[in-house]
Design a protein around this ligand. Structure first.
Ligand code: HSE
Length: 412
């Protein structure tokens, strides 16, 4: 079966490499079809590359070739990836992708086109890189109401936080190492501000709960404001700071969905996910907690997931693999500021003794934190479970304090 790969960058070249080098393994293990990369679409030429004769510059060459049954889109971005994907689906070709931005923003439209033309649009590689998680949610966990999804969904930020936790490096120092290792881009905004993670939690939300949430309207906090003081205070509470994507179904049918740093207790499976690794912890009403863990990025891990989708399409070439994917419904998004949570608070204060009294009378029960080398002018504590609006109002009532940090304590 002929395949076209759109984009010969990190992921696209990995897909070609796996299909070319693992051809017999794929056929021997589970593919009913012999897979063959017929075209690679890229703006560039690749002189000397073993696949240079497959490179084309005009998408119509692929679109008009009826022998191409599956298109693997690894271009990234919304345009022209959306246009090529829509055209390929409308031409009766299956499309698989690693493009989380496109799936999170245009998944509903593309799945509707796929349905109309009786083909599949699959995107396992868009969340958790090489970790199989979307197919298990869609098929293996079908006997469950999924109640909660928590994930460490971004390798770059997990690497930076791990460097802060284990090597006492500042955010800025750790970011430089992440860039030197090729994890973080020169412009690291999408990773460190949580934009990459929020695309992934919106995809997980849709497949888990059957409705869409615009990733641009999900509350998103990154990790740029996390300091070594916060890391030390978290350790004093037996926690590590992680960037978490959360989507939790509430009793009223709404979803508590956000991306934010959180204190994760050391007993949680997510606390043990370090460096560039990702993990998705899912709670189903029958299965309980299951965690999917592994490499969330990188050439061959991500390509491994793309090839899995290619094989699935090839094996179901005349059938649709129905996904529990629904239309956008922002009415089902709860106000995250009204969901109770414990908070870690770090204040800069002028008079520690008096402020402690004030804080106790404003917050009632608090758990005071300590760290070695703490300044006299700082006070850090954990609140009871309160809404963000409530915490902010209580903080506003305090005199002469500056709020330096306010981070959720995770319940996973
Ligand atoms: N920049 C992403 C990460 C790559 O660091 O996880 C995969 O989306």
């Amino acid at each position: 079966m002929n395949i076209a790969v759109l984009g010969y960058g990190t992921v696209g070249s990995g897909v070609v490499e796996i299909i070319n080098t693992k051809h017999d393994v794929i056929l021997g293990r589970n593919s009913k079809e012999d897979l063959n990369v017929k075209y690679i679409l890229d703006r560039r030429d690749f002189p000397g590359d073993p696949n240079e004769d497959k490179v084309v510059h005009d998408f119509n060459t692929i679109l008009e070739d009826d022998s191409v049954k599956i298109v693997a889109e690894a271009m990234g971005g919304v345009h022209p990836a959306y246009d090529f994907t829509a055209a390929a689906l409308a031409a009766g070709k299956h499309v698989v992708t690693s493009n989380k931005e496109l799936v999170s923003k245009k998944g509903s439209e593309l799945l509707a086109i796929a349905k109309e033309h009786n083909v599949n649009y699959m995107f396992e590689a868009s969340v958790g890189g090489g970790i199989p998680v979307l197919r298990p949610i869609s098929f293996d966990l079908a006997g469950n109401n999924i109640q909660k999804v928590n994930g460490i969904l971004n390798g770059t930020t997990n690497f930076i936080l791990s460097k802060m936790i284990f090597e006492n490096l500042t955010f800025e120092q750790a970011l430089i190492i992440a860039q030197d290792n090729g994890y973080a881009e020169k412009d690291p905004t999408a990773d460190v501000e949580g934009i990459d993670a929020v695309r992934k939690i919106s995809i997980l939300n849709n497949l888990s709960f059957g409705f869409g949430v615009d990733p641009e309207q999900i509350h998103t906090e990154g990790i740029t404001h996390i300091t070594l003081e916060d890391v030390a205070y978290a350790a004093n509470y037996d926690c590590v700071i992680k960037l978490l994507g959360t989507a939790e179904l509430l009793p009223d049918g709404k979803v508590y969905i956000l991306v934010s740093p959180a204190l994760v207790h050391n007993t949680s499976m997510l606390a043990k996910v370090d460096d560039v690794l990702n993990a998705v912890l899912i709670h189903g009403d029958n299965v309980g907690d299951v965690m999917f863990y592994g490499p969330g990025a990188g050439k061959l891990p991500t390509a491994s997931a793309v090839v899995g989708d290619i094989v699935d399409c090839a094996n179901h070439k005349d059938e649709r693999r129905e996904l529990n994917w629904g239309a956008l419904n922002m009415d089902r998004v709860a106000d995250y500021r009204e969901i109770p949570n414990k908070y870690y608070i770090r204040l800069k204060v002028t008079d520690t003794e008096n402020v402690q009294h004030e804080v106790r009378s404003a917050f009632g029960n608090i758990y005071l934190l300590a760290r070695s080398g703490a300044y006299n002018e700082e006070l850090a504590f954990i609140t009871d479970s309160l809404t963000e609006n409530d915490v902010r109002a209580r903080l506003d009532s305090l005199n002469s304090v500056v709020v330096k940090s306010m981070i959720r304590v995770a319940t996973c």
